[in-house]
Design a binder for this molecule. Structure first.
Ligand code: F6P
Length: 540
């Protein structure tokens, strides 16, 4: 798939990137955008046309999105105007598609079926580590310490494939809140515990602080060589060494892998120890199959592209402020925060590449919960609230348990919720229904107003034949590429996260003030200064 294969050591430089600002036109100034948004406004959800795209074991049903011939034509013209094909090529070639950080976002290289030697070598090191641990029945407990992209993907895979229980006891610690590491280590036998520090940068405060607590815990428990109980997965080898991790326990992840894509790297060591190396390999092949589809399928039948376009219509034309993710699969509970990070960290931007305002609303707030729990929590708001939100329903056609009635119920609820959002219930139907229940007419008219649903609310239905490593890998790649396409159309950089970096910097200064190593800065607002001062007194 990867014809052009740059060396694994930095595949890109500032030089091979378009100078920031070149060829970026804000969407409102682009005639193709005007045509696209006009076509989207006059298009409707066509309840008589089935639109399903099959890709890598997944069926994407976009029938409940607006469509028309004009909209498809305008979409193609818009993608051309945004040089989509060239941008996609650059992504897959490992070019510097992240210009503000001057690097690639080359996660696709990690799942390429014919990877480069360095990638293969690192995969083999991970597999060998796992093979040896399994053959010695070693590491009864795994404590995975990492946050954001160094956490969610692994949590997702471990929950998805380890939901019935695992031989190893796997705990995740991400938060700086000391209760997290306290609970993460509580009750474990340190002699049987492996601590995995996953941090691309090896500078993330949460991970380092929690790592230090884990090290102290190992040291105080008297295990012979505490560092032999620790592993690091990082692109900052030197920093991991400085921490004390031995070279044989440092696994590499490269600078050109974005933090929120690190699931495809050696960060999946925890997944392999928890639910096997086969799961990791299966996910990689599913993602590679989706990569191939994304690269080769025509626009009209390209699942990530169509998912992205529907999202742009909903967000930038119809002004829906959020996107609801509804996995109708208990095993996919962690998919919600995973997609939340992927979409919101990538698309929560307001300027185009040259620094000017985007001019249209970009990435929606992403939220959700597995169905059917979600139905009893917030679906009322989706059905009859004043705003509503598009929903991505995700479900497996086949279950892996033997209780038919459960799976029928799950599938039925998924389809019913989607149908209700789509069809709604007009006043006349609600009235008739109420009258049929024997309610007297005046009260029936009043009640019918409460029972009316507007309908016409857009959704996607994503059907996996069954939940396997392959289909989960394909599903994650589907969303990754969707986000990429949206970044291209909006003209933003989906691979940086300066907002997060700013918060980190402020937190660092405030931490120093709380610990007394820095005076309280005069640049705080009055309320922040008050609370820094108040909190500081409790540490004296
Ligand atoms: O939340 C910001 C972020 O930079 C994410 O992109 C990343 O996944 C996370 O922090 C953790 O970073 P690291 O792997 O460097 O510890």
């Amino acid at each position: 798939m990867n014809n052009h294969k740059p060396a694994v050591a930095p595949p890109c430089s500032h030089a091979d990137n378009d100078a920031p600002g070149e060829q970026v036109v804000a969407l409102p100034d682009l005639p193709e955008w005007q045509q696209f948004s006009d076509a989207a406004r006059s298009a409707a959800i066509n309840l008589n046309t089935l639109r399903i795209i099959n890709a890598a074991g997944i069926a994407l049903d976009i029938s409940a999105q607006r469509s028309s011939r004009e909209l498809s034509d305008a979409a193609r013209a818009l993608l051309d105007a945004r040089h989509f094909a060239r941008m996609r090529e650059r992504l897959f070639q490992g070019d510097a598609v992240n210009p503000t950080e001057g690097r690639a976002a080359w996660h696709t290289a990690l799942r390429d079926p014919a990877p480069q030697d360095a990638i293969t070598a690192e995969r083999q090191r991970v597999n060998e580590f796992v093979r040896q641990a399994d053959s010695e029945r070693r590491w009864r407990n795994i404590v995975h310490i990492g946050i954001g992209g160094s956490d969610w993907g692994v949590r997702l895979a471990v929950r998805a494939f380890g939901y019935t229980g695992m031989w190893r006891n796997v705990r995740f610690v991400a938060n700086i809140d000391g209760h997290a590491i306290e609970g993460g280590l509580a009750g474990l036998d340190p002699r049987e515990t492996l601590v995995i520090l996953a941090s691309k940068s090896f500078t993330t405060a949460e991970t380092l602080e929690n790592g230090r607590r884990a090290l102290e815990w190992l040291q105080s428990s008297g295990v012979r060589d505490p560092f032999s109980h620790m592993v690091a997965v990082t692109s900052a080898t030197e920093r991991a060494r400085d921490f004390g991790i031995p070279d044989a326990h440092i696994f590499q992840l490269w600078d050109w892998v974005g933090g929120r894509f690190s699931l495809w790297s050696a960060v999946s060591l925890t997944t392999a120890l928890a639910v096997s190396s086969d799961v990791v390999a299966g996910m990689q092949s599913g993602a590679a199959a989706m990569d191939a589809h994304f690269l080769n399928a025509p626009i009209e039948e390209n699942a990530p592209v169509q998912l992205a376009l529907a999202g742009i219509v909903n967000r930038s034309v119809l002004a829906y402020g959020s996107l609801n993710i509804a996995p109708y699969d208990f095993r996919l509970a962690e998919l919600v925060p995973y997609i939340q990070q992927l979409e919101m960290e990538s698309l929560g931007k307001s300027v185009i590449l040259d620094g000017r305002p985007v001019g249209v609303p970009t990435g929606p707030a992403v939220w959700g919960m597995p169905g059917t729990d979600a139905q009893h929590t917030f679906f009322q708001w989706l059905h009859q609230g004043s705003d509503g939100a598009p929903v991505d329903f995700i479900v497996c056609q086949h279950a892996d348990h033997g209780w038919t009635s459960h799976h029928q119920g799950l599938l039925a609820n998924c389809l019913a919720q989607r149908e209700a959002l789509l069809r709604g219930k007009p006043f006349d139907d609600a009235l008739q229904e109420t009258l049929d229940e024997g309610v007297e007419p005046e009260r029936a008219r009043w009640l019918a107003r409460h029972r009316t649903h507007s309908g016409g609310r857009p959704s996607n239905l994503i059907v996996l034949s069954r939940l396997s490593p392959y289909t989960l890998g394909a599903l994650l790649a589907l969303y990754e590429h969707k986000v990429f396409v949206q970044g291209v159309v909006w003209g933003i950089n989906p691979f940086d996260q300066w907002g997060v970096e700013y918060g980190k910097k402020l937190a660092k200064n405030i931490t120093a003030s709380l610990s007394g190593t820095r005076e309280i800065g005069a640049d705080h607002d009055i309320s922040t200064a008050y609370w820094v001062n108040t909190f500081r007194s409790s540490f004296k």
